[in-house]
Design a protein around this ligand. Sequence first.
Ligand SMILES: [Zn+2]
Length: 158
Amino acid sequence: MAVSTEARSIVRAAFGGRCGYCGVSETSVGGELEIDHFHPLAAGGSDDIENLVYACTACNRFKGDYAPAHDAPESLRLLRPQRDDFGAHVEETVHGRLIGLTPRGWFHIQRLHLTPFAMPLLPYWRLIGPCSGRDPAGALRPSARALRRARAYSYTAA
Ligand SMILES: [Zn+2]
């Protein structure tokens, strides 16, 4: 069953017109974004509002029908928009590069190809609640603790 126009409007509003996975805005993309099923229809997901994510074309394509096994480890799970605290898993360095703070954060970055090139405006900090009120200059500077954690989970993908 297709997502209704009403459901689409609700999801679009709930995500503030931004991609739930990378934070890119409709303004940056130049048009409305797509509706993604977090738990893919192909894997038994539903059209329920709670399963819908407002997503840019790139994130939607890279995510595809990805559905980790029920007992998959954290390192094979995407961050769930509006459920997971992105700031606890992903951080932006002073050079504008995204680093994973956890295996799950790294997986999210890798699976969705969230490079600085894919995210020219790096709008994460406006998207993720807990850090949104922080001083921007401070928010973009990773803490020593974050860097230690990032090194502990060094990124091994090509
Ligand atoms: Zn996106």
